[in-house]
Design a protein around this ligand. Structure first.
Ligand SMILES: *Cc1c(COP(=O)(O)O)cnc(C)c1O
Length: 463
């Protein structure tokens, strides 16, 4: 299995290279040279199997010869043993035809753990084999940072620097990142938005001297291994509800389009997906793109669902590449133009076909709160504001015979303020957040400026 860049400017590489590199050197995103596929029988055979085994089957299709199968089996088993639910990502029915896929039973109570627990183990294996140590720099809109810190703290072959937008994440999110004592972890708040943090990380990767000086690596949602890890729960959920004999729809709370693209990958692998409802909060670049055919950056506004406060959805480039028939020159043109102009028109032909699969729905702050309240009143279930955005979107789209699965991306205990505002009571602290409020925080403060961040990372690497 080889991987090419969506911008066509790099040699094809193996899975381990994409894992350690994150972004391709030409600024594009790695994508498989051709799509593997499961047969119908293979997909049917996933039903009833432990989550970790399905994860190993899916991962093995993408790893090629880079990691032996016995190691894949061991790492997936270890990664998913950290989850507090034996089903790892259990389904719960919310309404007739509407299901919640609970992705938040990992150590930091958000779906980012599903990929990050596996990613850290893959890193450790590959780096130990190669005798290397890397510096991971990670921009977070709130949940990736905590999941990455939890997964990589104490790692023998990696140190990690997390950048988060100052004042724009919840206290629980922040404490999952900042209360770790391990010396290989550094957290800095940046005076700016998540998009600023992400742009700084891209600038760090674009600086070749810096990249090699600190052995830079990235675990943001563009990292291919994360996308693969997230494709797994589309399979387990769909087969539990009757796939491949039945088509299943999904509603995805969307920011960087990583989780949504993972659904597209599952479909490429052969899963019969009925539709993908792309739910955004008022930062609606992706929802608008599907509805209007124009992918245009807006102003980032702070919402109750901060992990989706994003106006540049990095993984969207992978979908674009597929939509234009894998034309790398066209993808490069489009995204260089987006970088300078902040907007591009989506080619009608390719995206016209995708419009049958994807529906974009933007959900307002008032609708989000009403969605939390309605779920609570109808079922007693407390949902977090990100999940609530997707539930609201799922209820807005036209009914279909196919079951619709909402990805429940965070535990409500991570967003107590928003939940209390919606239903008048706190969700209660989760046992996994025990002690979070007693431990000391370690936070550095940085301006939204790549030069300052480079100096900070260099100093951390030297220390
Ligand atoms: C990261 C995150 C999202 C958005 O996922 P993307 O893959 O960036 O689209 C949604 N909900 C929660 C709780 C998150 O942490």
């Amino acid at each position: 299995m080889r991987y090419v860049s969506t911008r066509g400017g790099t040699e094809a590489v193996g899975f381990a290279e994409t894992l350690l590199a994150g972004l391709a050197p030409d600024g594009g995103l790695y994508i498989p040279q051709s799509w593997p596929a499961f047969t119908r029988d293979e997909i049917a055979g996933f039903a009833g199997r432990p989550y970790a085994e399905v994860a190993a089957e899916v991962l093995a299709r993408f790893v090629g010869d880079d990691i032996p199968r016995a190691v894949i089996d061991r790492l997936t088993a270890e990664a998913y043993a950290t989850f507090a639910h034996p089903a790892v990502t259990p389904l719960k029915q919310l309404d007739s035809g509407l299901w919640l896929l609970e992705l938040f039973h990992g150590p930091t109570l958000a779906f980012k753990d599903v990929a990050m627990q596996l990613l850290a183990r893959l890193y450790d294996h590959v780096l130990a084999t190669r005798g290397r140590t890397l510096t991971i720099v990670c921009a977070t809109s709130g949940d990736t940072g905590g999941a990455a810190v939890e997964a990589f703290r104490g790692a023998a072959h990696a140190r990690i620097v997390v950048l988060f937008p100052e004042g724009r994440i919840s206290e629980v999110q922040r404490r999952f990142m900042t209360t770790t004592a391990d010396a290989n972890v550094a957290c800095a708040s940046v005076k700016g938005t998540f998009d600023d943090c992400q742009t700084i990380v891209k600038a760090l990767f674009a600086d070749e001297d810096f990249r090699s000086d600190v052995d830079l690596s990235g675990v943001n949602s563009i990292n291919w291994a994360r996308v693969v890890a997230q494709a797994v729960y589309y399979f387990t959920a769909a087969v539990a509800l009757g796939a491949p004999d039945r088509r299943i729809g999904f509603a995805v709370p969307t920011g960087n389009f990583g989780d949504a693209f993972a659904g597209f990958v599952a479909m490429k692998l052969g899963l019969p997906i009925d539709r993908m409802v792309i739910a955004t909060n008022s930062n609606d670049i992706v929802a608008r793109a599907f509805e209007t055919g124009r992918y245009a950056k807006g102003q980032v506004v702070a919402t109750q669902s901060p992990a989706m406060d994003i106006q540049i959805a990095s993984n969207f480039e992978r979908l674009y590449y597929e939509a234009v028939g894998r034309d790398a020159a066209e993808t490069r043109r489009a995204f260089e133009s987006f970088n300078s102009a902040g907007a591009i028109d989506l080619p009608t032909q390719g995206f016209g076909q995708l419009a049958e699969l994807f529906t974009g729905v933007a959900v307002s702050e008032a609708e989000t709160a009403a969605s939390i309240a309605a779920a609570y009143e109808a079922t007693g279930e407390i949902i977090d504001p990100h999940t609530a955005v997707a539930v609201a979107a799922a209820k807005r789209v036209a009914a279909s015979d196919a079951p619709l699965v909402v990805l429940a991306t965070a535990h409500p205990a991570k967003f107590p303020e928003a939940v209390e505002a919606a239903i008048g009571r706190q969700p209660g602290l989760h046992p996994r957040a025990d002690g979070l409020f007693e431990r000391d925080e370690r936070i550095d403060h940085l301006p939204a400026n790549a030069g300052a961040v480079k100096a900070y990372v260099r100093a951390f690497v030297k220390a």
